[in-house]
Design a protein around this ligand. Structure first.
Ligand SMILES: C[S@@+](CC[C@H](N)C(=O)[O-])C[C@H]1O[C@@H](n2cnc3c(N)ncnc32)[C@H](O)[C@@H]1O
Length: 233
């Protein structure tokens, strides 16, 4: 992309009211401002889930979170005409507690995060204990986290490490596009996902929440096997 176009995109992000780019010393008073039903897409890139979920849940606020503005611009532009309830927050995921109150978020989607395969980098994985603590803090008492990944290593590692961090798995789908799995939301495809599918990779899904929760969410939100389900919130 040329320099001019890049600058124009950054000017758009600056001008659009549904895009928040907080500076390190300014939280923009966002805590508590998001609405009654709040769903986050973390590592949103171009925000495919953010836009699609905003269309499926017009009464909820869907917020795409990523550090990279150039990617986010694509989703933010689409939101202008196709998803008025979508928002974009440009920040590091490590900083989420600056922008969300305790118990403010209903659901978190983590879509195709970097797997950080080297063991020394495990703390950078978005399903590591350090991040789970942040999610637990901002999630409502019966809130849940969805993880979609092409990385078998990250999927297996997350499954193993969740119980040690005090989380339980509500649903485990080893192959999202395998026989018998159908779900409108689970089958939303992100740009990275489309690329991985072309390469023949298997897509994995996990749904989890803090183990302390006695949840009613389980039945209504679990992805249906062999029948459509969009009753997530
Ligand atoms: C592999 S891409 C996936 C993008 C998108 N979800 C998709 O599937 O097309 C991972 C994204 O995570 C973002 N990311 C990684 N670590 C992050 C962090 N700590 N805070 C915010 N964004 C992060 C990157 O900027 C990148 O856009």
């Amino acid at each position: 992309m040329g320099r001019r176009k890049k600058l124009a995109h950054f000017q758009d992000l600056h001008d659009w009211a549904h895009v928040y780019q907080p500076k390190f010393d300014d939280d923009l008073n966002l805590k508590g401002s998001w609405g009654n039903k709040v769903i986050l897409e973390l590592a949103c890139g171009q925000g495919a889930y953010t836009i699609a979920l905003a269309q499926i849940y017009p009464d909820a606020t869907i917020i795409g979170v990523d550090i990279k503005g150039a990617r986010m611009w694509h989703g933010a532009r689409l939101a202008l005409t196709h998803a008025k309830n979508a928002r974009f927050l440009r920040t590091r995921i490590e900083e989420l507690e600056r922008f969300f109150n305790k118990n403010e978020v209903d659901e978190i989607w983590i879509t195709f995060p970097d797997p950080h395969p080297r063991e020394g980098k495990a703390a950078k994985r978005l399903s590591s204990a350090r991040f789970l603590k942040i999610y637990e803090e901002i999630l409502k008492p019966d809130g849940v986290v969805h993880l979609k990944t092409d990385s078998t290593d990250l999927y297996e590692w997350t499954k193993q490490s969740l119980p040690d961090s005090g989380w339980k798995i509500l649903q485990d789908i080893p192959n999202v596009y395998g026989a018998g799995v159908y779900d409108e939301i689970l089958h939303i495809k992100t740009p990275y996902e489309r690329r991985y599918l072309k390469e023949g990779r298997t897509i994995h899904y996990l749904l989890f929440q803090p183990a302390t929760v006695f949840s009613k969410f389980k039945k209504s939100c679990m992805v249906a096997i062999a029948e459509p389900c969009s009753n997530h919130i």
